[in-house]
Ligand binder design. Structure first.
Ligand SMILES: C[S@@+](CC[C@H](N)C(=O)[O-])C[C@H]1O[C@@H](n2cnc3c(N)ncnc32)[C@H](O)[C@@H]1O
Length: 301
């Protein structure tokens, strides 16, 4: 394995609940993964939720399983996906497009051996991606589209490139609202295959769910063992009954928490997006969120 040419030491690994490590982003004031288990989160919230085992097993010969990894970070979601796909179908052809603004975390993870729990070929792929932004093997074409995801996604939309599975894993809406706006999520949705494609995310924010609905997707709830709250699955195809939104989640969508983040020109700052949303919430005809929160907290007592 070749050496990483540029090593960033800006990240200090911290061990999470499952023994795997993550980093803290001083820029976004947030951990890259759930502290309950970073690799567990990649496995459960993304790989299992997006039915990658079944997809890989049922892949017709000659077809390519396409993944869009929105926010590559340390590469755990991509790594966990490739590991699982080839464990059940070692001939499966895979194409990965990943969006990421900064390779520092990916490079730092490799330099500090955080990806060693993955098999050697996967480690090599992560290393190639972190150095060259591309990785190619007989079964894989992978590429990191480096830069602001709001711009980097546009050529994919223009080419009508569509994924079987989308991992949507930005930092949380309060810290990175740019990647949870209606405008950006509509572009993400256009990169999802209309027949059976599935988008999965750890977020259950009502504003995010409202934007996914505005993008014409059907949404459902997702069990996320690495988090204290459920995530969201979205698709143009019908979802199983198991994914049906609870009464509580449906009512959440009727409150001002569901006022979407907006970024009409896909170039606003986080501060602008947050300030605009506060103004929109103030004049919204939706119900205030506090009574909803109180009611559901009381029902749990
Ligand atoms: C929660 S982390 C992703 C963790 C990752 N999925 C993993 O498995 O390690 C969020 C990532 O979003 C990236 N990011 C933040 N703003 C971005 C933007 N505007 N465009 C693209 N990526 C961005 C950060 O650099 C960070 O790596």
């Amino acid at each position: 394995m070749s050496k990483v040419s540029e090593v960033s030491d800006q990240f200090t690994p911290v061990i999470t609940g499952d023994g795997s490590s993550t980093f803290y982003s001083a820029e976004f004031h947030e951990w890259f993964h759930s502290r309950a288990g970073a690799c567990c989160e990649a496995q459960t919230t993304y790989v299992v939720a997006a039915h990658l085992v079944q997809r890989a097993q049922q892949m017709p010969a000659g077809s390519v399983l396409k993944i869009l990894d929105v926010c590559y970070g340390l590469g755990y979601n991509t790594a966990a996906a490739l590991e699982m796909i080839w464990a059940v179908n070692h001939n499966c052809q895979v194409e990965v497009k990943a969006l990421e603004i900064d390779l520092a975390a990916a490079r730092s993870a490799i330099a500090q051996n955080l990806t060693q729990s993955y098999s050697f070929p996967i480690q090599q792929i992560l290393q190639d991606l972190s150095i060259h932004c591309t990785a190619k093997t007989k079964n894989l074409q992978a590429q990191i589209l480096l830069g602001d995801a709001r711009q980097q996604i546009q050529p994919l939309v223009a080419q009508n490139w569509q994924a079987d599975v989308i991992f949507l894993d930005p930092f949380s809406p309060p810290n990175c609202p740019q990647l949870w706006t209606t405008e950006f999520l509509c572009l993400v949705a256009r990169c999802l295959k209309p027949n059976g494609g599935e988008l999965v995310t750890y977020s259950c924010a009502a504003a995010v769910r409202a934007s996914l609905l505005l993008a014409d997707l059907t949404i459902g709830t997702l069990s996320t063992p690495a988090r204290q709250w459920p995530g969201t699955i979205a698709s143009y195809s019908p979802l199983t009954d198991l994914a049906a939104l609870s009464q509580q989640a449906q009512e959440h969508l009727q409150t001002r928490a569901a006022v979407p983040y907006r970024d009409p020109h896909l170039n606003a700052t986080a501060e602008e997006i947050l300030a605009h949303r506060i103004q929109a919430q103030a004049v919204s005809k939706l119900m205030p969120t506090k009574p909803w929160r109180r009611r559901w907290a009381a029902s749990r007592r």
